[in-house]
Design a protein around this ligand. Sequence first.
Ligand SMILES: [Zn+2]
Ligand SMILES: [Zn+2]
Length: 154
Amino acid sequence: MIKIFTSRITYDGIIVEGEEPSEIFELDNERGLIAASPLKYKLKITPINGGYLATGSAEAIFELICDKCLAHFKERVKNSDICHLYENYHASELDLTEDIREDILILLPHRFMCSESCKGICFKCGTNLNIKQCSCHDTEKPDSVWNELNNLKI
Ligand SMILES: [Zn+2]
Ligand SMILES: [Zn+2]
């Protein structure tokens, strides 16, 4: 949990830096998404108008499964524009956990792609076309079929 005792926050603000275990993301393995590193953060907390301003950056690495070819790949997600204002905040602890978690998760792509040029898998024989070309000679494009499948899920 990213919690700061507000009594520690000085007039000029303080820098808080640290790591939280990957479990903080509470991912239920949806779409094969796994947090593959701790969440690292560096924030500045400044008192402002009876509350606090938190700015800074946070990052984590995720393991994803490509929507097109089903390969596992890793993606580093970093948010350098964190900015939260906690107005009229009088509790003894400032809990940033939920907001920082969301700041990272919001940057995950809607479509998981191992690379821009991923060729996907042949829908007929299952060959990963990034690794080798299969000998199927389809008139239908595998690409369009996968796109339709993806649209159905939504
Ligand atoms: Zn792929
Ligand atoms: Zn094939």
